[in-house]
Design a protein around this ligand. Structure first.
Ligand code: TRP
Length: 349
């Protein structure tokens, strides 16, 4: 028997939900989100934004948190945060999230969500927090000392998910430990105080991770990602200066030709074509031709999204209204859940 927290079990659970979603969308509440540390890029778009829109349009209750408190887990400043939050809302709407159907909100505006942190922290051990592989990896990547907030952020994510009784969370495989932590917290709370919280499952994405333009992991610090908000010219420039190799013949070989292959993957995902087929077509025309093809593919795909983005940017009052409305709705839900929690814990005086 594989154990409860294993990848096999999570995958099986995720597949069952994928199959059930179109049949019973009303049974599901999705919660996911992003840290407003910069602009959303093609990795976010193809990795998760497309799925969020699909779930929204299926009739699932969809909630998206802009995780502003998570920004200060591993850095000392909130500089640019307000700008990043606004641009994130603009990206969401341009990509098809409908603020009437999808609740868009921020940590810092929802006090009752944050208050769940205290009872939840009492349900986890220090050893459990120290063991989380994602926390360790993020701390090492940041080069920053491990803050108390980074150590406990999986618990904060449990608050994000459980305050709205989320039961599905779209995730990549590396995020599964967080989902497992949330399941444990919900289960322990329910066992100790009576059932308040649902069973949560990670909904594993079927799209493989989109590499950065150089074949490495997509990251702002590597300068290898195309932001949704870039102009066609900025996109062309970034693709033009991406590193390929000295072999003229274009082939798809991610292991040995990371740069060329990442460009082919990017073109493939934007055109819905197999990267190998694109490689065959370009063949001896070389990297210059490949880059022109990728540029057209990306700019073609994102042209309508960027046009909507430009319109939304002209109406910042509307963007602020969307956020204010999301925050208001999130507060209503969080207040109700916190009231239930206090009731369950016998803390209503
Ligand atoms: N930590 C996630 C990220 O860095 C964002 C996030 C915050 C999140 N709370 C969440 C994701 C809850 C899923 C569920 O992108």
């Amino acid at each position: 028997m594989p154990n409860e927290g294993s990848y096999e079990v999570a995958l099986k659970r995720s597949n069952e939900i994928h199959a059930d979603l179109p049949v019973h969308p009303e049974k599901y509440t999705m919660l996911t989100g992003d840290r407003p540390t910069g602009r959303l890029h093609l990795g976010h778009y193809f990795g998760t934004l497309v799925d969020r829109v699909r779930l929204q349009d299926m009739g699932v209750k969809t909630n998206v948190i802009i995780a502003d408190y998570q920004v200060i887990t591993d850095r000392d400043t909130t500089e640019h945060i307000a700008d990043n939050v606004c641009n994130m809302v603009i990206d969401y709407l341009a990509c098809g999230l409908d603020p009437v159907k999808t609740m868009i909100f921020t940590h810092s505006a929802v006090p009752a969500l944050n208050q769940l942190m205290l009872p939840f922290l009492s349900l986890v051990s220090e050893a459990e927090l120290q063991r989380n592989p994602t926390v360790k990896a993020e701390q090492e990547a940041s080069g920053h000392a491990l803050t108390g907030l980074l150590l406990t952020y999986p618990v904060h994510q449990a608050c994000d998910i459980l305050f709205c009784k989320g039961n599905i969370v779209p995730v990549g495989r590396d995020q599964l430990p967080h989902i497992e932590q949330t399941r444990l917290i919900a289960r322990r709370f329910n066992e100790r105080y009576g059932r308040v919280f649902p069973e949560v499952a990670g909904l594993l994405t079927s799209t493989p991770l989109l590499p950065g333009l150089d074949g490495r992991k997509m990251s702002k610090s590597y300068g290898n990602s195309i932001a949704i908000s870039m102009s066609a010219e900025q996109t062309a420039k970034l693709i033009k200066k991406s590193k390929t190799d000295s072999e003229r013949m274009i082939t798809f070989d991610p292991e040995n030709r990371p740069g060329v292959s990442a460009l082919l993957t990017t073109a493939g995902i934007c055109t819905g074509r197999d990267p190998r087929e694109i490689a065959d077509e370009i063949g001896m025309d070389g990297a210059g031709a490949l880059k022109r093809y990728v540029t057209e593919a990306v700019n073609g795909y994102f042209e309508p999204i960027r046009a909507r983005r430009a319109e939304l940017e002209q109406d910042m009052g509307y963007i602020r209204d969307v956020l204010a409305d999301g925050n208001r709705r999130a507060n209503e839900i969080a207040d109700a859940t916190l009231a239930e929690v206090r009731e369950a814990m016998g803390m209503v005086y």
